[in-house]
Design a protein around this ligand. Structure first.
Ligand code: SF4
Length: 296
């Protein structure tokens, strides 16, 4: 069941710009997410619950956002706004509720640039609106000569394996549909790429599997690939570490001790693992002639 809530603020200003996605702000029309990824960082982290049954719509968020954007625009505080940082902006409820669409209309009205990462094909509905934003947005001065327009669109992919995706991301489009989506968005003229986040240790972070993801991204016309590791939070029944370890029991129980060793009591893998992932993704990106950052 979809819950409703009133909010006093909906535009979050980051302390500093996100180094990967370039956003200075984020907005979330919903709490929770119908993609229901078992590994979702919201489950068990300080960012709160992410069960579909707890899904909530911020009913007055358009009115609040209009005022907050107007205030920022008056002070010339333009910056990329990530639409859907704690939820997918195009969850299945968006088809009827159109809260994301309403937010995009306000971002166009106040001329803010937009970053969206999605696993859902519903974004195609808003292509014309996104094109208007792409042309009209005012970029922060230091980015204005580095980017072709005011919209950056990523599709998020953790594996090309449909079976694994069905188990881990039951409410998202299957990986091939996401690559097809990427191709369509690129053909519409947007700056587009793949967020290969999270890559799954010993499953989709191997040389062979990462090569498949990066090759598919390159063939779909992606401008960039952003590769990142898996975080696993908490030990409660609905937390991501618990749910992911249950998935491992079904998928390949021999991986459990390797994960226990990699994560121990932490929610992240050690720096040595992350360095290795970075080196591997950099090397594979060079092989496929695709950059590993949004900026050139
Ligand atoms: S799409 Fe993103 S926000 Fe939604 S459940 Fe998956 S990881 Fe979480």
């Amino acid at each position: 069941m979809l819950r409703q809530k009133q909010v006093k603020s909906v535009l979050n200003k980051h302390k500093k710009r996100d180094a990967w996605f370039l956003d200075d702000y984020s907005v979330n029309p919903y709490e929770g997410c119908s993609c229901n990824c078992l590994y979702c960082y919201i489950r068990g982290s300080k960012y709160g619950e992410n069960m579909e049954e707890g899904l909530t719509v911020k009913v007055n968020s358009l009115e609040v956002l209009d005022k907050q954007l107007a205030a920022r625009a008056r002070k010339n505080q333009y910056g990329f706004v990530a639409v859907g940082s704690g939820t997918d902006a195009y969850i299945r409820h968006e088809e009827n509720l159109r809260m994301t669409e309403g937010m995009l209309r306000l971002l166009l009205k106040h001329r803010f640039p937009v970053f969206i990462s999605t696993k859902c094909t519903l974004i195609k509905r808003d292509v014309d609106l996104l094109k208007e934003i792409d042309k009209a947005a005012i970029l922060p001065a230091d980015l204005s000569t580095l980017l072709p327009g005011g919209v950056i669109l990523s599709v998020s992919v953790s594996t090309v394996d449909e079976n694994i995706s069905n188990m881990l991301e039951p409410g998202a489009a299957v990986p091939q549909e996401r690559f097809d989506l990427l191709k369509e968005l690129k053909e519409e003229g947007f700056l587009t790429g793949v967020n290969a986040i999270p890559l799954l240790p010993y499953i989709s972070d191997t040389e062979e599997e990462m090569d498949k993801i990066i090759a598919a991204a390159s063939q779909s016309g992606a401008d960039y690939i952003l590769a990142g590791g898996l975080t696993l939070f908490g030990r409660e029944p609905a937390d991501s570490k618990t749910l992911f370890y249950k998935f491992l029991e079904r998928y390949d129980a021999s991986l459990l001790p390797r994960y226990e060793q990699l994560y121990g009591g932490n929610f992240y893998a050690p720096i040595s693992y992350q360095d290795e992932l970075k080196e591997k993704s950099g090397r594979l990106c060079r092989k496929h002639r695709i950059r590993n950052s949004i900026l050139k």
